[in-house]
Design a protein around this ligand. Structure first.
Ligand SMILES: [Cu+2]
Length: 151
């Protein structure tokens, strides 16, 4: 299996070199959403990243115009207490589908410039090591969120 991956990586590299193909090919971001906020404080963005390339990718950070600070966070329970850690380098393996969901990975927006209202859309730009900057449209849902609606 490891041997196969190495061959794939070599093949992809040589194809990219010959065709000058777009390095963002095969990396997609879907189902980006955030819950509406009742006050102007902070919000969490959830989404799904699919790495359909043959290369290991890394999410290095995120930014948006509507918040003072934007970070990739991971929620986890440590000793019965939920805590959030800043993740400054998140590897995404070739073929991996990585879901950011409540209770796990999220894009944390701190210092919102305005409350998020249901039905609003805004842009968050994800920064990847290989694919570079990828803007994503985020949809603001009700308090139930997108996951619970089964969408
Ligand atoms: Cu957070």
């Amino acid at each position: 299996m490891r041997y196969l991956l190495i061959i794939c990586a070599l093949l992809f590299t040589s194809l990219a070199a010959h065709a000058h193909s777009d390095e963002t090919h095969g990396l997609s971001i879907e189902k980006a959403w955030a819950r509406k906020t009742s006050r102007m404080v902070s919000a969490a963005v959830y989404l799904t990243i699919k790495n359909d390339t043959h290369q290991l990718e890394h999410l290095k950070g995120a930014s948006t115009d509507i918040a003072a600070t934007t970070m990739v966070h991971r929620s986890q329970e440590v000793g019965g207490i939920m805590q959030m850690d800043h993740v400054d380098d998140l590897p995404i393996a070739p073929g991996e589908v990585l879901s950011f969901e409540p209770g796990g990975y999220h894009i944390m927006l701190m210092g919102l410039s305005q409350p998020l209202e249901e039905g609003d859309v805004f842009t968050v730009t994800l920064e990847f090591e290989k694919a570079g900057k990828k803007p994503v449209i985020v949809e603001v849902t009700g308090l139930m969120g997108l996951t619970e609606q089964g969408l």
